[in-house]
Each structure stands twice: as C-alpha cells, then as structure tokens.
Design a protein around this ligand. Structure first.
Ligand code: SF4
Ligand code: SF4
Length: 90
C-alpha cells in the first residue's frame, strides 16, 4: 500500500497528474491516495520530486521480532568493538 508523507509533500500535484487511475488528489495542499482506485503501478513513486510517497510493506509480528533481535545483536557487537578499540588506544 502506498502512502503520502505529509511532512515531505509540497502539494505540487505532479503525482496526481501522473497517476493513470486518478487515485491521487490534493487535500489541504497535500496529496492523498484513494486506495480503492490505486492499482499499485508505482508510477507516482518515481515522479514525486520529494520522495514523499512511500510503500508500506506489511510485516508479521515474528518478522518484526526477528529484525529487532538482529539489530540488538549488531548493536551489541558494535559496542564491543568500540570498547575494544578504546582499550587498545589507552
Ligand atoms: S509529487 Fe510528491 S510533493 Fe508533489 S504533490 Fe505528489 S506527493 Fe506531494
Ligand atoms: S501506484 Fe499508480 S495507481 Fe496507485 S496512486 Fe501511484 S500512480 Fe496512482
């Protein structure tokens, strides 16, 4: 599913002009996507000069937990390496 980041969107309307299904409209100077009309062609992703359109990829709870565990391990490893380098330089 595609979403518009309102903090990045300038309301230029380029995405709305590009969308082949008319799924994008401007509301309060920001683009919005009507999900019922979006066919996931992803054209708007390439045309937005701000990179304001992003794709949300659903992840399961297990996938999220695995990612968090992996990040924790990498962080611990980095901290250990930094501590080791600090000791060597003393
Ligand atoms: S092209 Fe990008 S910046 Fe312009 S209205 Fe669409 S989402 Fe906003
Ligand atoms: S993915 Fe395609 S159909 Fe959907 S909003 Fe973007 S340009 Fe329109």
């Amino acid at each position: 599913m595609l979403k518009v980041r309102r903090d990045l969107c300038l309301g230029c309307g380029l995405c709305a002009q590009t969308c082949p299904t008319g799924a994008i409209y401007l509301s309060w100077d920001h683009a919005e996507i009507d999900q019922s009309r979006c066919n996931q062609c992803r054209l708007c992703l390439d045309f937005c000069p701000q990179g304001a359109i992003m794709e949300l990829i659903p992840a399961s709870r297990d996938e999220l937990q695995a990612t968090v565990s992996s990040l924790k391990e990498k962080t611990s490893d980095l901290i250990e390496r930094i501590e080791s380098l600090k000791k060597r330089s003393q």
